[in-house]
Design a binder for this molecule. Sequence first.
Ligand code: SF4
Ligand code: SF4
Ligand code: FES
Length: 308
Amino acid sequence: MTSTVPISLQRRFDLTIDGKDVTVTEGQTILEACRQVQVDIPTLCYLETLTPVNVCRLCVVEVKGSRTLVSACSRKVEPKMEILTDSSRVNTSRRMVLELLASSVDLSLADDEVGHWMQQYDVHPERHGPQSDPAEEGERDRGHAGEHKAIDGSTAETVAQPIKRDNGQYLRDYSRCILCYKCVEACGVDAQNTFAIAVAGRGFEARISTEYNVALPESACVYCGNCVAVCPTGALMPTIEFDLRESGKWDPKSQTVTQTVCPYCGVGCNLELHVQDNQIFKVTSPLDHSTTSGNLCIKGRFGFEFVH
Ligand code: SF4
Ligand code: SF4
Ligand code: FES
């Protein structure tokens, strides 16, 4: 009788990261290889539960022999690669990406690490000039692909515009949108398969939109909130959280997170109840939960009012 010996079909090989030898596994991305040896790479559009879309270009690194910088979040490792993560070319590119974003988008509620990167890469969005006036309600949504308004160069163009509040569950504040596509992916093939939102327009007119720009209640949206869960900038926000912030009662120090299991069905999704002043203001699920990967349905995400 022969015994079965498990054999790994994935090759291991060597490359260098910032001059240090590293052994990696075939199929890994450069980002995964860097994280394996504690080399920090900033990312905005990357999330481990979503397919890389390569749109923010913040994760770029230099690879010897490559004409252009490559995005670490999607480029796979190759034998003998020589990767530089902290060269002047890399840092200049990251500074430019952050500066252009910060000059045109409100990043004040973005994940904390964005603020750290702004300092680390010496980002000065103010050098692009004072920000232009916000668009009127619906103005940016009416932009046609390929049509651009002439600018006089005296101000920095922005995506500032009124907040969209058209349902009871969450708001859309596209003045904060960096077009990272995470919400589109979460609504589409990566999680929900509802396809209620997509990117409309081109160039600076590009924006997240429902089909024909209808209000959310008239769209295909099923209010799973999976888009809200992955948004890194606060552009998508539960209404209760928004109202707490607007009323000046937002108090992170008094907030708690309680883990529980969704009571609505037998799937058993893990829930994290975010609570302030005895009120649930947001429900999330851990990204590393094998059942949810951070995703929920409308009942788990928003069906908590019976608790109160
Ligand atoms: S709540 Fe769910 S269905 Fe609605 S837009 Fe967001 S991801 Fe799509
Ligand atoms: S709304 Fe949020 S998740 Fe969607 S593209 Fe904009 S920043 Fe990204
Ligand atoms: S994180 Fe790699 S391109 Fe956005």
